[in-house]
Design a protein around this ligand. Sequence first.
Ligand SMILES: [Zn+2]
Length: 186
Amino acid sequence: MLEVMRQPMEDKVVTISRAQGTLTFPANFMLVGAMNPCPCGYFGDPHKECTCPLSMGSRCQKRLSGPLLDRIDIHVELPRVQFDKLTSDRLGEVSEVVRARVKRARQAQREQFANTRLACNADMGPAEVREYCHLDEAGRSPLRAAMQQLQMTARAFHRVLKLSLTIADLAGSETIETTHLVEAVQ
Ligand SMILES: [Zn+2]
């Protein structure tokens, strides 16, 4: 069922076919999803063993196909929060500060793409990635290494570049630095 998401994610339209005819609707959206690594939730946990039948964990992961995962720009693994962090007096960054940073980055992207059909970095296709995501030689070599090591697809390659540009925008940087690139790969 999830696989039907592939077309709207890629083309930003939904096509519904019925006996009476076919209708195509615009469907530009931001997809945010979360999943447990396995039914018990501990698959891959360094401290607690997963109690699911062997292979169950990997079977759960396989429910999302490679092509579908390949179309999701950002993947983040969330480990369990440790006691020390929960009880620490030091608070993380407050949401208002993060919000302001995101708004600034969004604004920069709107200005960058002012005379194009694009609204933000995520909208870039391969041609725009080539145009807007410039890497110097220092950035090119870690990307080359990551691509070989992780067996990245062309789509993943473009995704990493787009994400690097967004990280650079968030940092208020005009160019993609190696640290932005490394963060995107991770
Ligand atoms: Zn489990």
